[in-house]
Design a protein around this ligand. Structure first.
Ligand SMILES: [Mn+2]
Length: 328
């Protein structure tokens, strides 16, 4: 599938880019954001890279991670000096709400380009390039740079490789295509060492995270003849183990890896008033339909939603029957 001419033209024309990504940024969010930053800088453009919160320690090994801004103070100056020669690009963000608290200010920058692979992306912004069958936004950014004839540095390659490997579960998920592997190969040719990236991503945790995992797994619940697995994390568990919510990344893969499990559910006490839920499915079960019923979204095999003023148990009791229906 070709990249829309409008997208290429928008990138080529602007000398100043404001790049943004989704809240709770994961590997694809940070990797595609930083990859795009390096590529744009290589084209001689000025870049203001924004995320709603600081880059997780997990991704700080990626070149340029220290340049990601979490405040908008510098943005006004950046926009002023651009004198209209500007483009905003959101990467890996499925809808405008997920840009975070400063989304409305970011969306005031026009034109606003959306590059994303989330199913159900409603195509917000002025120009939207959305391909739900893609493995990752990182893969799309690679193709964009290629189509622009732009050199992809080793730094940029590492960021894009990290984006692709995290969003494909190390090239294991359904979305991993021949093209995904081709892109990964081309990134390796450009200097990426897969073992180094993997080791930075997966062999670099704190002891507190292991203690947290112990607590989370102790709370494992099974439903529907062991086809639904539910785990949970509370603020209290985080406090006891000196960890943060970022430490829970990848936990959901453990219940998902059980042979009988078709859907793994991870319920997180986000704050005093809200609970966020991630779901990972195997096979035919489409959890994005269940997420949509509860005001969320995502992909067929990976979706989520948020609930306000409900306890973890209430959310579980609400969710299990809906999952049973979807699996029937
Ligand atoms: Mn993604």
């Amino acid at each position: 599938m070709g990249i829309p001419e409008q997208v290429k033209a928008a990138i080529q024309q602007a000398d100043n880019l404001v790049l943004a990504t989704h809240i709770n940024p994961d590997g694809d969010a940070i990797g595609s954001l930083l990859g795009m930053m390096h590529i744009a800088q290589g084209m001689g453009k000025k870049v203001f890279a924004y995320a709603d919160e600081p880059v997780s320690p997990l991704y700080r090994f990626l070149a340029g991670s220290a340049h990601v801004q979490t405040r908008l103070e510098g943005l006004a100056d950046f926009v002023d000096q651009a004198e209209g020669n500007i483009l905003a690009v959101s990467l890996d963000c499925g809808d405008r709400e997920r840009l975070g608290k400063n989304g409305p200010q970011l969306l005031q920058i026009r034109p606003f380009l959306v590059i994303d692979h989330h199913q159900g992306n409603n195509g917000f912004g002025d120009i939207a390039w959305v391909e739900p069958e893609r493995s990752s936004t990182g893969e799309m950014v690679y193709d964009l740079a290629e189509s622009l004839g732009q050199e992809i540095s080793t730094d940029a390659s590492e960021c894009l490789y990290a984006a692709i490997t995290t969003d494909t579960g190390s090239f294991k998920y359904d979305s991993t295509s021949a093209h995904t592997m081709q892109v990964a190969r081309d990134l390796i040719v450009r200097g990426v060492k897969p073992a180094v990236i993997s080791s930075n991503l997966y062999d670099n945790y704190t002891l507190g995270r292991l203690h947290l995992l112990q607590e989370v797994l102790a709370g494992l619940e099974m439903y529907n003849r062991d086809r639904i697995a539910v785990i949970r994390v509370t603020r209290n568990m985080l406090e006891r183990t000196f960890t943060t919510m970022e430490d829970t990344e990848h936990f959901i893969n453990l219940p998902r890896s059980v042979r009988s499990v078709r859907v793994a559910v991870f319920i997180k006490e986000a704050d005093q008033h809200s609970v966020s839920v991630s779901m990972r499915a195997k096979g035919r079960c489409d959890v994005s339909k269940v997420a949509a019923k509860l005001g969320g979204g995502g992909h067929k095999n990976a979706s989520g939603f948020r609930c306000h003023n409900k306890s973890i148990d209430d959310v579980r009791d609400l969710l299990i029957p809906l999952l049973q229906q979807e699996m029937a």
